[in-house]
Design a protein around this ligand. Structure first.
Ligand SMILES: C[S@@+](CC[C@H](N)C(=O)[O-])C[C@H]1O[C@@H](n2cnc3c(N)ncnc32)[C@H](O)[C@@H]1O
Length: 201
């Protein structure tokens, strides 16, 4: 994945920024609707969401790719985003934060990218305070129909793509202690889903 995103970093915003924008903005709006607090953005990438958080929200972003983070840091500097507390190179599956460090966490287009999404979710449950919110916006595979066939055909290319087209929501949620609060289909064509979870109290 590090290698894939080293390659993607230079062209990511141009290739993927547009199609993913409505779903990303939906996730940011959901974060902005929460009471102000400290938010962890996992897999922050080139920082496309960072300029859109309201200034009262303190944001920590982490990503495995130094090249993606360099782009995010450039955006923070260019836009003078004072509410971005830190951008750190870190594995979402083994977070280096103490328990209950954040009020909420958000992962945009990252669940189908990390090798072990379940481990990532367990880490998010650990670092978000009890009764906090975890949001994901992601592509989850269809369970039938033409989209399912296309996703299965694309699956062998996941290494090169940098994500798993046949990633199932159940792969993320199986055994999780977080409670599902809701799911909302996002533009374009409901291809992405905003998933809201609450950490146990
Ligand atoms: C598809 S990009 C999404 C970037 C950003 N969230 C957005 O909305 O555009 C996936 C990101 O997840 C990062 N990533 C992959 N595996 C990771 C891991 N184990 N821990 C942290 N970040 C990871 C990649 O480096 C990449 O920046």
């Amino acid at each position: 994945m590090r290698l894939a995103y080293r390659r993607w970093a230079g062209i990511y915003d141009t290739v993927f920024g547009g199609v993913s924008r409505p779903a990303r903005m939906r996730a940011v709006a959901a974060v902005n609707a929460l009471p102000p607090g400290r938010v962890l953005e996992v897999g922050v990438g080139t920082g496309l969401a960072l300029p859109h958080y309201r200034p009262e929200i303190s944001v920590v972003g982490i990503d495995l790719s130094a090249e993606m983070l360099a782009k995010a840091r450039a955006k923070v500097a260019a836009e003078r985003l004072k509410n971005v507390e830190a951008l750190l190179e870190m594995d979402a599956q083994a977070l280096e934060f103490p328990d209950a460090s954040f009020d909420s966490a958000v992962g945009m287009f990252v669940a189908s990218v990390v090798p072990d999404a379940r481990a990532m979710l367990a880490e998010l449950v650990r670092v978000v305070r009890p009764g906090g919110t975890i949001l994901f916006v992601n592509h989850f595979r269809a369970e039938g129909g033409p989209r399912w066939a296309i996703e299965r055909a694309m699956a062998p290319f996941s290494r090169r793509l940098g994500w798993h087209p046949d990633f199932a929501e159940s792969t993320l949620l199986a055994g999780a202690s977080a409670r599902v609060l809701g799911r909302e289909p996002c533009t374009p064509f409901g291809l992405f889903t905003l998933l809201r979870l609450a950490t146990p109290r």
